[in-house]
Ligand binder design. Sequence first.
Ligand code: SF4
Length: 125
Amino acid sequence: MTVRDIGIVATTGRPAIAGTFHPLVLQPTSFCNLDCSYCYLPDRRSRQLMSVSVATACVRSIEQQGSVHPVSVVWHGGEPTATPIDIFRELLAPFEELQRAGRVRQDPDQRDAHQRAVVRSVRRL
Ligand code: SF4
């Protein structure tokens, strides 16, 4: 699977992911347990999760663009820390090789935020 397999935006006929990009905002889930009155996400009650094949397609797209600049991967939502930690680890795994090569930059605070959120929720039990 590559970026072209993810899909085409119907209204523009263009690929859902641009051929070259530096920031990559990923939504592991649109679910959010909050209900802010100003929220723009219609699917915030959906518990559907990003699949590993989508994460892998994003990695292939980064490889294919061959940029000399690292791509900044931002895990966004919904509430990304609502993603079950095992699934989140599976989604992070495809990016690890590119990260070691310096071609992907993931904010360590974001990656660690999920771990901290899980630890906090377990302590509350
Ligand atoms: S996704 Fe953001 S804005 Fe929407 S309900 Fe959750 S915290 Fe609020």
